[in-house]
Design a protein around this ligand. Structure first.
Ligand code: HEC
Ligand code: HEC
Length: 396
């Protein structure tokens, strides 16, 4: 499971904050000059689209500051060994995604970053060529690929459209200020993770059509169900909830099945739940509105009344006075930034597009405040996110 790490917390909302203000004056690479108003407006739209994807796709959960572009260290990467993600004996380290010329992504071309997100190929160790196959040795895919560590969920990100990947790249390159932060290289096995990235393990690209054996068609609004499916795959929900971003996989979305799927957050064990519509062990018991409220407000569907909520302040607008939040590391502080229609589409897919699987997941453990102190505005930022550009960002 890609998101698993005993040190998740160090990289999540509580990522150690170090001020890089002293380095912020350094400039990154030179950006290409835009020639006409039309193209610069087109680029601004692309940058904003990329920002919306990055903010709602949990990139910052590992690369810095969750879903909060105003937070110090936004996307600037790993800062100390406390933020290592161990995969077996190997320490892996989320890299600096800001456009710094010495330590960030300015060293790579747009195409190299694209190849990292679509094919998982390490930009510093992969030639800058167009790649047309995901099979090593074919269509310019290196015969001996140097893959990014499995911590990085490119296996899910690769299912985004070309346009979405290009928008992410435009935002990283043109919408962020450079931050100088040298990230130590990740450790890797001699095959650079190739044996983790076989078609059997990560599923086909493109993804298998709906419905696979784990899914059902014909229930509810099909366009909405398919939209929700694409989101569930490209947000890597199943990276924690079972099976990975491959609807053909055994246990797809059925929740953790043994202790390897469990997170250790300080003294507490937390457990990704069964998201299939089983009535007793899955989300069959909840309404689409309860699933919406879980994703927008972080409220546990089993312990929150099925009502419309219109405020994020406890006690106001139907927000519970004593909220029962979902355990860390469920990335709802970033999922909440999806537009309403995307959250409703996810709820529709989970309720109507997936086959029920009976799998009882033990309750997560947690502190008496149900994680409320982890989800303050100071720690997770505001909803909606601070407007562009924040002090970490630049408009052109
Ligand atoms: C669960 C943690 C995690 C999440 C979430 C995540 N990454 Fe990463 N990412 C990593 C790690 C770890 C590495 C370093 C891998 C290595 O060194 O082999 C990495 C590497 C990268 C690289 C390669 C950079 C370089 O200098 O080699 C890019 C580009 C990247 N991530 C972009 C993204 C984007 C865009 C998102 C959101 C859509 C994202 N990442 C979400 C953990 C994550
Ligand atoms: C990094 C791991 C991780 C990822 C990625 C993740 N989740 Fe979760 N999720 C969890 C954990 C852990 C819990 C259990 C929280 C608790 O018990 O309080 C959970 C709980 C939930 C619940 C509540 C279910 C219930 O029965 O109470 C829903 C709904 C949910 N997740 C949906 C999603 C969706 C949709 C996505 C993708 C957009 C997603 N999750 C991605 C870890 C994750």
């Amino acid at each position: 499971m890609r998101w698993l790490s005993s040190s998740w917390r160090a990289c999540g909302s509580s990522m150690v904050v170090v001020s890089f203000a002293a380095c912020m004056g350094q400039t990154g690479g030179s950006a290409p000059a835009t020639t006409t108003m039309a193209s610069s407006q087109g680029q601004t739209e692309q940058v904003l689209r990329g920002r919306a994807i990055v903010v709602s796709n949990a990139c910052g959960d590992c690369h810095g500051q969750g879903g909060n572009p105003a937070g110090p260290g936004w996307l600037a990467g790993w800062k100390s060994p406390q933020q290592d993600f161990p995969i077996g004996p190997f320490m892996t380290r989320p890299r600096n995604l800001t456009p710094d010329s010495a330590t960030g992504i300015t060293r790579y071309s747009d195409r190299q970053i694209f190849n990292a997100l679509r094919f998982g190929l390490r930009p510093s160790a992969t030639p800058d060529v167009e790649i047309t196959s995901s099979v090593p040795g074919q269509g310019n895919h290196p015969a001996k690929p140097n893959y990014l560590a499995p911590t990085m969920p490119w296996v899910a990100w690769r299912h985004m459209s070309d346009a979405d990947l290009r928008a992410i790249i435009a935002y990283l390159r043109h919408g962020l200020k450079p931050v100088s932060n040298k990230v130590e290289d990740s450790q890797a096995p001699p095959d650079f993770w190739a044996s983790e990235n076989t078609a059997e393990k990560i599923g086909p690209y493109p993804v298998a059509p709906h419905p696979t054996a784990n899914e059902v068609a014909g229930q509810g609004d099909q366009a909405k169900v398919l939209r929700g499916r694409a989101l569930v795959i490209t947000k890597d929900c199943a990276g924690c909830h079972g099976g990975g971003p491959n609807p053909l996989a055994k246990g797809y979305l059925a929740g953790m099945t043994d202790s390897t799927g469990e997170f250790k957050i300080g003294p507490f064990k937390t457990r990704p739940r069964n998201l299939t519509p089983d009535n007793t062990t899955g989300i069959g018991r909840f309404s689409e509105r309860q699933i919406f409220n879980a994703l927008r407000f972080g409220l546990r569907p089993g312990e929150t009344p099925d009502v419309e909520i219109t405020s994020t302040t406890p006690g106001q607008g139907n927000f519970p006075a004593v909220p029962k939040y979902m355990a860390v590391p469920m990335p709802w502080p970033t999922w909440r930034h999806m537009p309403d229609e995307e959250l409703w589409a996810i709820a529709a897919y989970l309720k109507n597009g997936v086959k029920p699987v009976s799998n009882k997941v033990a309750d997560s453990e947690g502190p008496p405040d149900f994680w409320a102190s982890e989800y303050t505005v100071a720690k997770i930022g505001t909803h909606p996110p601070a407007p562009f550009p924040t002090t970490n960002e630049r408009a052109r």
